[in-house]
Design a protein around this ligand. Structure first.
Ligand SMILES: [Zn+2]
Length: 306
């Protein structure tokens, strides 16, 4: 299954002793398999997890040397519907029309066509053996895969030159400045000069500049590490799935306690929750909070003093 998904033309499996051996003609598979699970593209992680209980080794063998190939590897149709079942999960950010145009433009892009060929043939042993315009891809060559005609770097879609401006405009839409844009790009798209292009775009954008001015980065203030557990605690309120929660976290052990805030969640509710926690766990010397209305009110001050 893994080999089919990964685009091997031919592969052969057999048992050697207690070990399950997969010979594949797709070189990157050998490397990816040896890497940390987290470094594998998301869509492969599930498959890797599934095969984890087995003692398995994937080795590379050029197609011409593979005299016997498994039946599956000669599946007459490599139609996407066969292997799509639970594999295509990473590309949720794109509509199917958008994916189609990325596919078409990738086919017209000379650089990406060459890159595709190299990925399919397997990367050579040394960087000197590849054309100069492919050198920038060398450091992350193990992360590159082809999925339905689109090249992926991990979970990021490699965008052909002709579509880069369009995609750049899309991730720029919210005018959130350099860092947010780069963060957004990191989850879905990639091309070689993407960071430089984002820098240029934000620098020439009036709105992004305004946003960055109004949101200067707060300097990180380090807290002194307490000498024992439950001496200093941090507390804050947060929302998730329409519910409000209060979190108390011990600065020493980092142990978190989370309570649902019921009802309107006024200052008194917050005080009651904290009272409950302190009665179970003990009273801390210090409670660090942000300056929210619940924590800065006079009744909270009274509670803290008492
Ligand atoms: Zn902007």
């Amino acid at each position: 299954m893994l080999a089919v998904v990964y685009g091997c033309e031919r592969f052969h499996t057999y048992i050697y002793g207690k070990r399950f051996i997969v010979e594949s003609d797709h070189k990157p598979l050998e490397m990816i398999h040896l890497k940390n699970l987290a470094a594998a593209p998301q869509r492969l992680q599930r498959l890797f997890l599934r095969i984890q209980p087995y003692d398995m080794r994937i080795t590379y063998r050029p197609g011409k040397d593979m005299l016997i190939a498994d039946g599956l590897s000669r599946l007459p149709s490599r139609d996407a519907s066969i292997i799509d079942l639970d594999v295509q999960v990473g590309l949720v950010q794109f509509s199917s029309q958008k994916l189609q145009s990325i596919h078409e433009e990738t086919c017209k892009d000379d650089e990406l066509q060459l890159l595709k060929e190299i990925i399919l043939e397997g990367w050579p042993e040394t960087q000197r053996q590849i054309p100069s315009n492919m050198k920038s891809y060398w450091p992350f060559r193990d992360e590159l895969v082809i999925d339905n005609g689109i090249i992926l770097k991990g979970d990021r879609v490699i965008i052909p030159t002709s579509m880069q401006t369009e995609i750049l405009n899309k991730i720029h839409e919210a005018h959130q400045g350099i860092q947010k844009m780069k963060l957004r790009a990191k989850t879905c798209v990639f091309w070689n000069a993407i960071n430089t292009d984002i820098d240029k775009m934000v620098k020439s954008c009036h709105l992004c500049q305004e946003f960055q001015k109004s949101q200067p980065a707060e300097t990180l203030m380090q807290h002194e590490v307490p000498t024992r557990p439950w001496q200093v605690l941090g507390s804050d309120l947060f929302y998730t799935e329409g519910q409000e929660f209060l979190i108390v976290c011990d600065y020493y052990s980092k142990f978190p306690i989370i309570r649902l805030v019921k009802g309107m969640g006024g200052t008194q509710t917050v005080i009651n929750i904290l009272k409950g926690i302190f009665s179970e766990q003990g009273i801390p010397e210090k409670l660090v909070t942000e300056n929210g209305p619940h924590y800065s009110s006079s009744s909270f001050k009274q509670f803290a003093e008492s």
